[in-house]
Design a protein around this ligand. Structure first.
Ligand code: NAP
Length: 289
């Protein structure tokens, strides 16, 4: 029977588990783990994302702070704020919401976040550790995708996983994560992108297909083999639909997939949950269990 991989329910379960660990930490250390979010400018998407992340922090008993800077903030001012947050012992994790305005050198800002507070996992040290097989902070969306597979008892080891999309925040780190030697990795991973030839011929070979490209309804039913597991990372706004849609043609693909994540309610809630997980891990790494 086809299984809907319910990311929303899993997120609630995992957030309840995290809340217990946060309460333990707080009782032991006398303060709550906390996430400092930085937004530069008034991008409405960024405001919504950060609001949801802060709400989730409250749900699990963490502290959260918002630093809202004007669009014309200079690189120097932003670096100064990050340095203050790096030095603040009560700030466990720092999240700089991307994208940043064009006068800001984004890689330099990402690299300025203290490695032990890099809860997004985008900094060079976090990525290097993941690449070398000693992950510390795994980027949240790939970590969420992996948890959806694990917690639904979907085998990863030895499976052919085809990932469509090679961004630094989803496709590439997910490939590294599932390729890790040892469980829960050991997958055979293929990564496709906009220059790949005949993507359908590649996705049809997959046991697990993950699509993260930002194109509504891209993956059609004739692009997978019967029984494949399909994970839809996409979040796309389309005319005449109140809710966002994914990169997968859900209604068609669900007819032949063995399991599929919905949009909304699939990968999205798990991304936020893994941010909470990373923030608690950061607090523990800095101050002990
Ligand atoms: P991105 O940085 O724009 O990267 C898109 C990737 O898809 C690129 O590697 C691009 O190839 C590839 N691509 C684009 N069109 C393609 C096509 N027709 N065929 C094959 N490959 C194609 O996007 P992103 O930040 O990874 O995000 C992807 C989607 O996931 C978006 O809808 C985003 O909103 C969503 N997302 C969701 C979550 C969540 O929590 N659920 C988190 C992050 C992102 P090139 O490299 O060749 O350009």
């Amino acid at each position: 029977m086809m299984q809907i991989l319910d990311g929303k329910a899993l997120a609630q379960t995992m957030q309840a588990e995290i809340a217990v660990r946060v309460a333990d930490f707080t009782a032991k250390h006398g303060y709550r783990p906390g996430l400092a979010a930085v937004i530069v400018g008034d991008n409405p998407g960024s405001q919504v994302y950060v609001r949801n992340k802060r709400k989730a922090c409250e749900t699990v008993g963490m502290e959260s702070w918002l630093h809202q800077l004007p669009t014309d903030t200079t690189q120097e001012n932003l670096l100064k704020l990050i340095e203050e947050l790096n030095c603040d012992a009560h700030v466990s994790g720092i999240l700089v919401q991307l994208p940043l305005p064009k006068q800001i050198d984004e890689p330099a800002i990402v690299a300025a976040v203290a490695p032990l507070k890099d809860v997004d996992g985008f900094g060079p040290e976090s990525l290097g550790l993941l690449m070398s097989g000693q992950p510390r902070f795994v980027p949240c969306t790939p970590a969420g995708v992996q948890q959806i597979l694990i917690r639904n008892n979907i085998r990863i080891e030895g499976q052919h996983v085809v990932i469509v999309g090679r961004s630094n925040i989803v496709g590439k780190p997910l490939a590294m994560l599932l390729l890790q030697k040892g469980e829960p990795g050991n997958a055979t991973v293929t990564v496709c992108h906009s220059k790949s030839r005949d993507i359908a011929a590649i996705t049809r070979q997959a046991d697990i297909v993950v699509v993260a490209i930002g194109q509504a309804f891209f993956l059609k039913k004739d692009m997978i083999r019967p029984g494949a597991v399909v994970v839809d990372v996409g979040i796309n706004r389309v005319p005449d639909r109140k809710q966002p849609v994914g990169d997968v043609d859900f209604d068609g693909v669900k007819e032949i997939a063995s399991a599929i994540t919905p949009v909304p309610g699939g990968v999205g809630p798990m991304t936020i949950t893994m941010l909470l997980h990373n923030t608690l891990q950061a607090a523990i790494l800095q101050h002990g269990k």
